[in-house]
Write a protein that binds this ligand. Structure first.
Ligand code: S3P
Length: 432
């Protein structure tokens, strides 16, 4: 894919449904009594992996463009799969589904692509084993063979890493446990699972502690079918927000974007650097805050009083670090991002991928174990390696808009993991 420099972005765009919410919507629907309708279901390859895995577990659904109608099988109705369940590139599919499968009275095998097979699974194996599931792995990596139990032991578990996938995995296993399962998180991570479990009628309580949040779920809860209107994905919006914020004269309107505060850290950070956002039509959909974002470009960007992004907010923008690093090349004083060591175990080592590609474009970058620092830089078109990672491909397509000359994104098709049609949507708003 070739990207040329752009003057500005102008237009109104509709973005695909939120990937995190879409995974959860179909998983919870599958475990419910009754029929659930999911609209604006993410077109992403990852969410298709979740649907395929559910199909392997005997779940029936109809999918028409972005509408999915699922016939729930109830908590005890999943069937033993006759073949390994392929999670593709999707960590959310593998980690959340493992929680569900830990509570099933049969054996299932979860496999993934080369990238997913390198990602750490010990973090879920430890608590699920404590709850009574038996899990074989290759030294903490997929393939995972899960021998579940329909009566797990409830546990109280303090999350050793800030991970919504781990939190969600344990809460889902908690649906199949005796008594009350509790997760304690000291750093707030995306709370879609908690919000949605409540929407499906599950008894879940969150209590604020001096040092974090205590989230408890009782194993006797049944789920009732629920229609879910999935908001557009703020992580997909982030590419357009950052690009339009930097390009003078831009005006981009994005309706129906999920504005859950545990996801919207990128908006706060861009605003800190002077990005001009207007929020309209703020409301709630399926227990999630949503709104229309209008971004006007360019002239208002300033050096932030503090150009460092670190601490708790990082968990609320963890998927947006690549685009924030690219954004940093366009602002006075650049940007420094720390406390983001988890990025080393995403779809690629995102710190290394971002640093390598920024250097290829001539930026002044320093790499840290837990982040990076990039100065304001004149970018030059270059050949970029997506490292097979969708967010790297999209972040560097935006870098290409800022660069002199042409930027070639190698392996750009991986954008479809979260956002099929990304390049067409981008094309529709570019003015050269
Ligand atoms: C996700 C949680 C985050 C995020 C991922 C989606 C989720 O991962 O990076 O893209 O849907 O729960 P971790 O839980 O590994 O931080």
């Amino acid at each position: 894919m070739i990207v040329k420099s752009a003057k500005r972005l102008r237009g109104k765009i509709r973005l695909p449904g939120d990937k995190s919410i879409s995974h959860r919507a179909v998983m919870l629907s599958a475990l419910s009594q009754g029929t659930s309708r999911i609209s604006n279901f993410a077109a992403s390859a990852d969410c298709t992996s979740t649907l395929n895995c559910l199909s392997g577990l005997g779940v029936e659904f109809e999918r028409e463009t972005d509408q999915v109608t699922i016939t729930g099988r109830g908590k005890r109705g999943l069937m033993m799969p006759s073949a390994p369940l392929d999670c593709g590139n999707s960590g959310t599919t593998m980690r959340l589904l493992s929680g569900v499968l830990a509570g099933q009275p049969f054996e299932s095998v979860l496999i993934g692509d080369e990238s997913l097979s390198k990602r750490p699974m010990k973090r879920i194996i430890v608590p699920l084993t404590e709850m009574g599931a038996e899990i074989d792995s290759i030294d903490g990596h997929a393939p995972l063979t899960i021998n579940g139990h329909s009566n797990l032991r409830s546990i109280e578990y303090r999350l050793p890493v800030a991970s919504a996938q781990l939190k969600s995995c344990i809460l889902l296993a908690g649906l199949f446990a005796d008594g009350e399962t509790t997760v304690i998180e000291t750093v707030p991570t995306r709370d879609h699972t908690e919000r949605m479990l409540k929407g499906f009628g599950v008894n879940l309580r969150s209590t604020e502690l001096p040092d974090g949040t205590r989230i408890s779920i009782t194993g006797d809860s049944e789920l009732s079918a629920c229609d879910v209107e999935v908001p557009s994905d703020v992580s997909s919006a982030a590419f357009f927000l950052a690009a339009a914020a930097c390009l003078d004269g831009s005006y981009v309107e994005i309706p129906n974007v999920g504005l859950n505060p545990t996801r919207a850290g990128v908006i706060d950070v861009l605003r800190r650097f002077g990005a001009d956002f207007e929020m309209r039509d703020e409301s709630e959909s399926g227990g999630e805050p949503i709104g229309t974002i209008i971004v006007k470009g360019g002239s208002s960007l300033t050096s932030s009083r503090d150009n460092t992004v670190k601490g708790e907010i990082v968990a609320n923008l963890i998927d947006e670090v690549p685009i924030l690093a690219v954004f940093g090349t366009q602002v006075e004083g650049g940007i420094e991002i720390r406390d983001a060591g988890e990025l080393r175990v995403k779809e690629s080592d995102r710190i290394a991928s971002v640093v390598e590609n920024l250097r290829r474009m001539g930026a002044d970058v320093e790499e840290f174990e837990d982040g990076l620092k990039v100065g304001k830089s004149d970018l030059a078109g270059a050949t970029i390696d997506s490292f097979g990672d969708h967010r790297i491909a999209m972040a560097f397509a935006i870098a290409g808009l800022f660069a002199k000359g042409e930027t070639v994104i190698g392996g750009a098709e991986c954008a479809a993991v979260s956002f099929p049609g990304f390049f067409e949507v981008l094309d529709s708003v570019i003015e050269q």
